[in-house]
Design a protein around this ligand. Structure first.
Ligand SMILES: [Zn+2]
Length: 298
């Protein structure tokens, strides 16, 4: 499993376990972190969120303090129930964040530092995120501008891989990626240079709407609604509300063609699409898009 994805999953697991929780204990074997903790104690702060940026893991505490760790080859974050025996020796412990139920333990992390939002912004080591699709200030225009700029520099990048790239747009996960491409009628394997402005607008607009609906529904990680039907928020109904995600081999809800799945990108993430609703569009020798690009997505 590639490292970026491992860290993505580690950050997600940390978010689920300690996100929103009050820190009841903090230990570190790293002098630099200990000094910050002496001056501005971590205990009593709330873990606001945990996110991954490439190979970096960021843990945001209330009061504008962010613990930034890089795993390199040797480091790892472990989660243990309170009192559970650790699988690595204490000598390798670098950081422990304790909440009522969990110990989050970083072993052997070679890079660990505290930042404020401002110092993080200034850091040129930690990759910057693209505009957050869920933020109040996000606009479709801003999202399209990011996609167009990326397309100019990476004309051959496949569109669904780009939708997942948190440095282009922050927030979209693997579920939304497929759902958004479907809703916009865009084949997820198309090169960025074949994507029209109108298609970018549709994808960004759907991304924003789906994610907002999802948050409003209070559903967990990465589940999309397409109906906005607030009455069907139960876990059992989730799959019923998806267009293509995890629906390979089943009929498209729109055209009846068979939904397909293929692994995509260096991280081999599963991509789902309907060959009927999301036709392939290639390029001719002059670089002009060829295929059913005139098709109007609904
Ligand atoms: Zn279809």
């Amino acid at each position: 499993m590639p490292e970026g994805d491992t860290i993505y999953r580690a950050a997600r697991a940390l978010q689920k376990a300690i996100g929103g929780k009050v820190v009841t204990g903090f230990e570190t074997g790293l002098a630099k972190l200990a000094r910050v903790n002496d001056d501005a104690p971590i205990v009593g702060r709330v873990v606001e969120k945990v996110e991954s940026r490439g190979k970096w893991c960021l843990i945001y505490f209330s009061g504008d303090l962010i613990l930034v760790t890089h795993m390199l080859m040797s480091g790892s974050w472990h989660l243990y129930r309170t009192g559970e025996r650790w699988q690595m020796g204490r000598a390798r412990m670098r950081v422990v964040i304790r909440t009522a139920d969990w110990d989050a333990v970083a072993f052997n992390v070679p890079v660990a530092e505290f930042h404020t939002a401002r110092s993080l912004e200034r850091s040129d080591k930690v990759p910057k995120l693209g505009p957050d699709v869920l933020s109040e200030s996000f606009s479709v225009e801003a999202g399209v501008a990011r996609l167009s700029a990326y397309a100019r520099e990476n004309p051959n990048a496949e569109v669904a891989v780009v939708l997942l790239n948190q440095r282009v747009l922050a927030g979209l996960g693997n579920v939304y990626k497929s759902e958004v491409a479907f809703a916009a009628g865009v084949n997820p394997f198309r090169a960025m240079r074949t994507i029209t402005r109108r298609e970018m607008e549709l994808m960004v607009d759907f991304a924003q709407r789906y994610m907002k609906e999802n948050v409003a529904d209070g559903l967990g990680d990465g589940i999309v609604t397409y109906s906005g039907n607030r009455s069907t928020t139960h876990a059992m109904d989730r799959e019923e509300r998806l267009w293509v995600y995890r629906r390979q081999g089943q009929e498209c809800r729109r055209c009846g063609a068979i939904v397909t799945m293929r692994k995509q990108g260096v991280q081999a993430r599963s991509t789902y699409w309907c060959p009927g609703c999301q036709p392939w569009v290639g390029m001719d020798e002059t670089g002009a898009p060829v295929g059913r690009i005139d098709r109007r997505p609904r």
